[in-house]
Design a protein around this ligand. Structure first.
Ligand code: AMP
Length: 279
């Protein structure tokens, strides 16, 4: 595995890679969710570039940028074991040299739900993803469904800016009790970790109830909120998977997404599940 720290290095490495080239962008502190993306990319592509970069632009001033878990050496060892061809781990000076001004405006989708709670977050995500795609020039880029709104924004950016890359959406990897695996789960105390499974329970309840034909979305959401137990709800909604506008009624035969964000203590967790209402 080649480790690149600069844009010049990764461009030089990219020039020598056999196509198709897969790309997996991450913020590191790798876990089984990331592992599934990298393994899939390695299975489908002749060469795989993975990036590890904690992107300051996507963190709000009150968020956990400084404390976000960093484990570069362990990440590099895991990526090498999985068969990654190139690891790109740029420093901040390399990604955002002084004088940088241009950013990507992700439009309305960027200010709904997660974007409303985390102002500027998706601008930061879209900007770093565009930069990384330009630096690594992959044929395919792998993203997790765990961050469904991020996936929708990246897909839209790729379409709107005519980027020559195919986006591959990968299933959410979960713990045995349903908790979606996340780098932030390591912040949880034992009690919070136990409570955290309530989010996937609530989402599963919404999926099962709406797939079972329930039509009173308000009542479904109230009952789902009860499943959250000790977790503090930020939002729990059912949305159109492309628009992320919360729905107060659902029509028959629709492909929808149940989405949620909660606090377990001070740790914020997000998750989502797909559902299909009956014909
Ligand atoms: P992050 O390091 O959190 O920025 O995540 C990097 C990529 O891994 C993103 O495309 C995430 O959606 C994806 N990812 C994170 N957690 C999971 C998970 N539990 N299952 C599948 N993909 C995930």
């Amino acid at each position: 595995m080649i480790i690149c720290r600069s844009v010049a290095e990764v461009r030089a490495a990219r020039a020598g890679l056999a196509p198709p080239v897969g790309f997996v962008p991450t913020m590191g502190a790798l876990h089984a969710g990331h592992e599934s993306l990298v393994a899939r990319a390695c299975g489908e592509c002749a060469s795989v570039i993975a990036s590890v970069y904690v992107n300051p632009l996507q963190f709000g001033p009150q968020e956990d940028f400084a404390n976000y878990p960093r484990a570069f050496d362990a990440d590099a060892a895991l990526l090498e074991k999985l068969g990654t061809t190139v690891l790109f781990g740029p420093g901040d000076g390399e990604m955002y040299p002084a004088g940088r001004e241009c950013t990507v405006d992700p439009g309305d989708l960027g200010v709904r739900l997660e974007g409303q709670r985390r102002p500027g977050h998706f601008r930061g995500v879209a900007t770093v993803v565009l930069k990384l795609l330009n630096m690594t020039q992959p044929n395919r880029a792998y993203f997790g469904r765990k961050d469904a709104q991020q996936l929708a924004i990246v897909a839209r950016m790729i379409a709107d800016f005519n980027l020559p890359v195919e986006i591959v959406a990968c299933a959410t990897v979960r713990e045995r009790d349903g908790l979606a695996i996340s780098s932030r789960n390591r912040y949880l105390s034992q009690t919070e970790r136990h409570d955290a499974a309530g989010l996937s329970r609530a989402l599963k309840f919404i999926v099962q109830t709406l797939e079972g034909g329930a039509s009173d979305v308000g009542a479904v959401m109230r009952a789902a909120t009860a499943e959250l137990g000790e977790l503090r709800k930020d939002y729990l909604e059912v949305v159109d998977p492309n628009e992320f506008t919360p729905l107060s009624a659902v029509s028959r035969g629709s492909q929808l997404l149940a989405v949620g964000a909660v606090f377990a203590g001070t740790t914020r967790l997000i998750d989502n599940m797909e559902l299909q209402t009956p014909q």
